[in-house]
Ligand binder design. Structure first.
Ligand code: GAP
Length: 449
């Protein structure tokens, strides 16, 4: 049952700054992402995830965990500490190598990453020419002190990547999990980088979330697994609804490679400003385990009983950003359509990612409908993340759910009191079906699986 005049006409949106602006506005207006410390004027490219954003971000991370850990028998999880001692970062190479080239404009005193300047002779802020200082290497790690004394021996760092927690726990995990190479350790969580030029909404921030896998393999299998993870990670974004023409794999040129990598490919997304990194898949060789073994004096290798040989596994690392991926999913899902001469904004998010799966909407706020509507909500909540909304006209409530990306709205009307059925409206087609209350959970579960 759908109203034939409701057939949506897609509006072609340009993939440019205006799209970014629409997504940023929607994020603020609907409670996805707020600028941090806004009542104090904001805090330098830092963001808070609101009631809807926290659900979306959690769903992105759950989808990653599901595909990387739950659906595999060769990957286990870890949640390592964020605060870490200098020894880790000395051994990993971050203390000496995790730097960006920083230049200052002598005229306006603005600072830039030299490698991100389009024209190295002109300041993009004040227009001065030949005003930059010599580039100096700026370490991106946040330094702090653990404990009450700010002495050198108390120095600690906020991790700039989750990866090292997995390398330093390699022996612990190997012993306790009974895995053997090829096997992986997966971790999601916050990382911190004192980026010189954060920006483009949550694309580059100083505090962000990563989702990383360290996959340990016999050295002669490294290339095969590298190819495997490149393909698998690209497919993950496709399966969750990012269109093929907005994704690509790009192999790094030799001069782009990180200090540890013998080969890296980026999964790239077509952002409103052009192609850019979404996730990196790196062949790290035995760099990390060897570095930590040498620095700590601990044995970080594997004894293959069948072959009676000992080797240091090589590591393939698919490293994704959860917050950056969330932004890419939002950009790819954002659409506008014309319906009955009005513009409808819809987030066509994959149901697995949608913040709310179902919204329960009593047709009117009248007391006669509330008990049944609450009963319907109670039936659905154990299965799905639900919203409940009884304010405003039903049309406006549908539009709000469209903007949140809710795949199904369940409307309880006066007929529901007699026929024990509700109207289920589908987000993308706006088609409406009458569904008996008894079969409602199954009806939705089939469609949301
Ligand atoms: N362990 C390897 C590693 O951290 P990376 O390419 O520096 O590799 C992996 O980071 C992913 O983390 C990036 O592809 C990106 O999605 C995300 N990321 C990195 N820096 C970020 C930042 N400042 N803000 C948001 N996301 C970031």
């Amino acid at each position: 049952m759908s109203d034939p005049t409701d057939v949506p006409e897609p509006i072609d949106l340009p993939n440019d700054a205006t799209l970014m602006e629409r997504v940023v506005n929607l994020s603020k207006r609907r409670g996805f992402v707020f600028p941090s410390a806004e009542i104090y004027g904001g805090f330098r490219s830092t963001y808070d995830y609101g009631p809807i954003g926290v659900l979306l971000l959690r769903n992105v991370k759950d989808a990653w965990w599901r595909s990387m850990v739950q659906l595999r028998d060769d990957v286990v999880g870890l949640d390592a500490a964020i605060l870490s001692p200098p020894a880790i970062w000395e051994a990993s190479g971050h203390l000496s190598n995790f730097t960006d080239p920083l230049v200052d404009c002598r005229v306006c005193h603005e600072r830039f990453r030299e490698d991100q300047l389009d024209d190295r002779s002109t300041c993009p802020n004040c227009g001065a020419t030949d005003s930059f200082t010599e580039a100096r290497q700026f370490n991106l790690m946040f330094k702090t002190h653990a404990g009450p004394v700010e002495s050198d021996s108390a120095v600690a760092y906020l991790r700039p990547e989750t990866a090292q927690g997995m390398f330093v726990n390699f022996a612990n995990v190997l012993q306790t999990s009974r895995k053997k190479p090829p096997f992986g350790i997966a971790q999601m969580g916050k990382s911190f980088r004192n980026e010189i030029t954060p920006g483009n909404f949550v694309f580059r921030t100083r505090e962000f979330e990563q989702m990383e896998l360290e996959f340990f393999v016999p050295p002669d299998e490294a290339n095969r697994w590298y190819e495997y993870w490149c393909r698998t990670r690209l497919q993950w974004y496709l399966d969750l609804g990012i269109p093929e023409d907005k994704l690509r794999l790009r192999a790094h040129d030799p001069d782009e490679l990180s200090h540890y990598s013998s080969g890296t490919s980026d999964v790239e997304f077509l952002y409103p400003w052009g192609w850019g990194e979404l996730e990196g898949v790196a062949n790290r060789g035995d760099y990390d385990l060897t570095q930590h073994a040498n620095a700590s004096g601990e044995r970080l290798d594997y004894f293959d009983q069948a072959e009676n040989s000992r080797y240091t596994p090589h590591v393939i690392e698919p490293a994704a950003g959860a917050t950056r991926a969330m932004m890419a999913f939002l950009l790819a899902a954002y659409s506008e359509e014309e319906v009955r001469g009005e513009t409808r904004t819809v987030l066509r998010l994959h149901p697995r990612l949608a913040p709310y799966k179902v919204a329960v909407l009593p047709l009117s706020k009248k007391d006669t409908l509330t008990p049944l509507a609450r009963d319907v909500l109670g039936r659905l909540q154990p299965w799905f993340m639900c919203d409940y909304d009884e304010t405003q006209a039903i049309g406006r409530r549908y539009r709000r759910q469209d903007e949140l990306g809710t795949p199904y709205c369940v409307t309880v009307d006066f007929d529901s009191l007699d026929d024990h059925a509700v109207t289920v409206r589908e987000r993308d087609s706006m088609a409406q079906n009458r569904v008996a209350l008894e079969g409602l959970v199954d009806h939705l579960r089939d469609r949301l699986a």
